[in-house]
Design a protein around this ligand. Structure first.
Ligand SMILES: [Zn+2]
Ligand SMILES: [Zn+2]
Length: 146
């Protein structure tokens, strides 16, 4: 794990502008149905700390589609931006990789919900691939719950 780094980002129209802390210059790709529906394809996202700050957020909206998660987007241009836990929104912030102003150096860490990936696309490389059950087990272990 490297040094925590601060990066700026924003939506397509610029109505939402923010800064987040990246513990690692890395991203995951989620293939779950909810992420694909929300963003129009597999979601490339960076795990950030919960200490997001906003330069502009008047158009930021949160959509809660499940009891446990909220998805942040720009109400003006529709850009998919954030994912956070509903009951602990400051624990972490998952940020769409290309919402960041600088994303060229991000390294692909792994694929998640690989068992939800449709057959019509594939990514090259042999990065780790975790199933939904494996991801859920990791979350349960990390939160001490079941
Ligand atoms: Zn916008
Ligand atoms: Zn997902």
């Amino acid at each position: 794990m490297g040094q925590v780094e601060r990066r700026s980002g924003g939506c397509l129209c610029g109505a939402v502008r923010f800064e987040v802390s990246l513990p690692e210059a890395a991203y995951n790709i989620c293939h779950c149905e909810r992420c694909r529906k929300w963003s129009g394809g597999p979601l490339m996202a960076v795990h950030c700390l919960g200490d997001v700050t906003f330069e502009k957020d008047a158009d930021l909206r949160w959509y809660q589609g499940t009891p446990w998660a909220q998805r942040g987007f720009c109400g003006a241009c529709g850009s998919s931006l954030f994912w956070r836990l509903a009951d602990d929104p400051e624990a972490l912030l998952i940020v769409a990789a290309d919402a960041l102003d600088r994303s060229d150096d991000l390294v692909l860490q792994r694929h998640i919900y690989i068992d939800a990936k449709p057959d019509r696309y594939d990514f090259a490389g042999d990065h780790p691939r975790a199933t939904e059950a494996e991801v859920m087990a990791e979350i349960a272990a990390a939160t001490g719950g079941a």
